[in-house]
Design a protein around this ligand. Sequence first.
Ligand code: FES
Length: 104
Amino acid sequence: MAKLVKIAKVKDIQPGQAAAYKVEGKRIALYNVEGTFYATADTCTHWAAPLAEGKIRGTEIVCPWHGGAFDLKTGNATCGPAIKPVACFRVVVEGEDVQVELQD
Ligand code: FES
């Protein structure tokens, strides 16, 4: 069953920035793209780089290690050497709270 878990406050991540959080045993990267938040697993599907340390390019995250990229809306790999998609999580902003939807 899905549940919403608070992971940050809106003011914690400025537009164009990302941060990683440990939530219920998972590392989740949260991105602020011009005021819209997206969340993915914080682990690149190529060699497991921390994606929150990458660069946001449009609505993609570019991996900090080898330049692979992922679409933040779908998780699909958009640039090699990454091939496999990264897990995405639905984000719900309620007031000042940023929440992600996790499965039990
Ligand atoms: S670890 Fe991300 S592209 Fe290699």
